[in-house]
Ligand binder design. Sequence first.
Ligand SMILES: [Zn+2]
Length: 217
Amino acid sequence: MRDTTEARREIIQTCLWMREQGLVYGTRGNVSARLDDGNILITPSKVPYEEMRPEDLVVLTPDGSTVSGTRLSTSERELHRGILNARKDVGAIIHTHSPFAMAAAARNEDVPVISEEMCQLIGGPIPLTKAFVPSHEHVKLGRMTVDSLTPANALLIRNHGPICFGRTLAEARVCCQIVEKSCLIYLQLLASGGLQTIADEYVAAGRDYYLNGYGKT
Ligand SMILES: [Zn+2]
């Protein structure tokens, strides 16, 4: 993504969209995107979404130094920075506190692949971070998140919430919706007493189709 006013507006629009979708209350969510020069464009801390202006966004280097911006970047910056550094295929990240994903994050296991759209948009089970870390321990939480990453495009931070990614912000937004819906269905299936998961070979084939064949056949 190029660092333009338009790109910054798309991030602000994504913040407003999170709230409209019921994925966050207040300013509890945050958004970032990888810039073409390798730096990270990220939302500021504590600025209400409806008051956020393009110049309130912050640019960080991959090692976390501030390049530009007068605001403090989100306190959850280490989640974004860690994932963008570890996953070169990721271009945008959205972290929400959506209710069904939060419920799944309070269990003790990954969310298995239970639908075709999980294969394509998420690309595997949604991993759960290995241990609880209080969110004010920013660096430790970032490290724990990176340690729990898989090739899937989402992750549940234990007793906290989901973090969803994509090559673009548009893809990350759809991932947020698929994660929330998948967690809702998963919890309902558990309550109903059983579920059928999709075999790994079909998960891999579905993901490959989405990345390489979708819209071409
Ligand atoms: Zn959070």
